[in-house]
Design a protein around this ligand. Sequence first.
Ligand code: HEC
Length: 259
Amino acid sequence: MRAFGVYVSPAGAALKSATAEQLARLSHFLKPRPPFRGFLVPLLPLQRRPGLQVPPQGSRATSTAPWRPRRNQLPRWSAIGGWGLVTGSLLVLLSVAAVGIYAGLYNIAADVPHTRPVSWLFETVRDRSVATRARDIVVPNDLDDANRISKGAGQYAEMCSGCHLAPGMKRTEINRGLYPRPPELRRQTDLTPAEQFWIVKHGIKMTGMPAWGVTHDDELLWDVVAFVQKLPELTPEQYQTLVKNAPKYEDHEHNREDQ
Ligand code: HEC
């Protein structure tokens, strides 16, 4: 039922006896909302609500034309507010992303590279995460100690070369198949020793780089880092000699028990 005699009905007739103000109040709640604002319902709390509209004194509430608030009394688009639009757009973006994820649109295969934005995102997250966490690591001052480097060479050949290769070594199957590709550590990197240590100890999620700190103690990992520092300078022959002369560890020096 609409107010103000738009429909002639018993209820309408009863309403005719009500005062203009009561009718205005009723019509305010009964009037259907204009359809174009329907989809903005989630944003309603952000909208400037029009005050209760009362017909001016002396107007004829019983007229057949429904009384409406004047145009400038309606909430307008501009009144929805910047935050409403920002929230709305974010919700739309999130919904699109969620549908894409659940529909399996992104190819997670290791033989197809990431799209550029995803590469950028992962690499930035990785680099910032490592840099932040390696900041307070205290680097031993004997990283160029020959004994450390010699020990590290043996560990490297055993634990790392399968993925990261070594001077004079051909690419292995695991090096070719991994994505992201394990960088060849004999090429200079821009990582500090502290950052290399952090990566070797904690590994990197979703890359295949293991957390060697789970099974090895810090001293041994520093030996490996000491060796990795030297790696770019080594010829294949020097590498072979270092590895051959590396001290043998009993039981591979797995200092930490498996938990
Ligand atoms: C199963 C393969 C695998 C093994 C074994 C492995 N790594 Fe890695 N490592 C990776 C991959 C893959 C990455 C690249 C991760 C990335 O791109 O974010 C990586 C990254 C690194 C990095 C960072 C390099 C850079 O410049 O960004 C260092 C340092 C590193 N590994 C050291 C080691 C050391 C030392 C060992 C041996 C103790 C080792 N890794 C063993 C797969 C491996």
